[in-house]
Design a protein around this ligand. Structure first.
Ligand SMILES: [Zn+2]
Length: 216
């Protein structure tokens, strides 16, 4: 009832262009077509030494960037429904991946996780993973915070991240096929380091899904 009243007073609008839409938390069709662009990423040979495939579902721009920032820095969980809709294309990718898969969200440093109250990667992917019966296992922990690495070259980032992740206590990655999930990929250094840690722990194949990528 409340939602009907809300929809009457504040009709749902596309979070990108403000056009009226049928359901709250959805993009209008033209924005969805433009922003939702599932694409395979393969940025560098050293990434692909540990990762068996990487896919991004949207450009990191316009409302995708704004919603992700609102979620991470203002803890606005109301940003989630629209972000969830971008993962629809994941179904086609999933058809080509081995099963069972275990999903591993890229972990935050404990201090940052406490401050934010949640891991955004987990929140973004949780409904989609549930729908596809992929269990989530926190196999990785972040052992230390790393400085923002925007200014660095890929090699510098990779060096800075060495040892930033470790297998969680009692976690068993041996022989498992793993799907890393994260909100955004910039250089890919974080995903590479996570995949390296998992492969060293015996993981069979490691794939990665990121909601948005800065590059195409
Ligand atoms: Zn729109």
């Amino acid at each position: 009832m409340l939602s009907i009243i809300m929809d009457f007073i504040f009709p749902p609008r596309c979070p990108n262009c403000s056009a009226y839409v049928e359901r709250r938390g959805t993009f209008c069709a033209p924005c969805m077509r433009r922003l939702s662009t599932v694409h395979a990423l393969a940025r560098a040979a050293e990434m692909m030494a540990y990762l068996d495939g990487i896919w991004a579902f949207a450009h990191y721009r316009e409302a995708v960037r704004d919603l992700l920032r609102a979620l991470k820095y203002q803890k606005q969980r109301s940003a989630l429904p629209a972000l969830h809709t971008l993962l629809v294309a994941g179904e086609d990718v999933l058809d080509d991946l081995p099963r069972p898969l275990v999903a591993v969200p890229v972990p935050l440093a404990p201090k940052r996780q406490r401050k934010r109250g949640f891991n955004q990667a987990e929140k973004i992917f949780a409904p989609w993973l549930r729908m596809h019966e992929i269990s989530v296992a926190p196999l990785l922990v972040r052992t230390r915070e790393t400085a923002p690495l925007y200014e660095h070259t890929r090699t510098e980032r990779q060096r800075e991240l060495r040892g930033a992740f470790a297998l969680a206590a009692d976690a068993d990655a041996a022989g498992r096929d793993i799907l890393l999930v994260d909100d955004i990929m910039t250089s890919g250094a974080t995903l590479t380091e996570c995949a390296r840690t998992l492969k060293r722990a015996g993981a069979r194949r490691v794939y990665a899904f990121v909601l948005a990528s800065e590059h195409l």
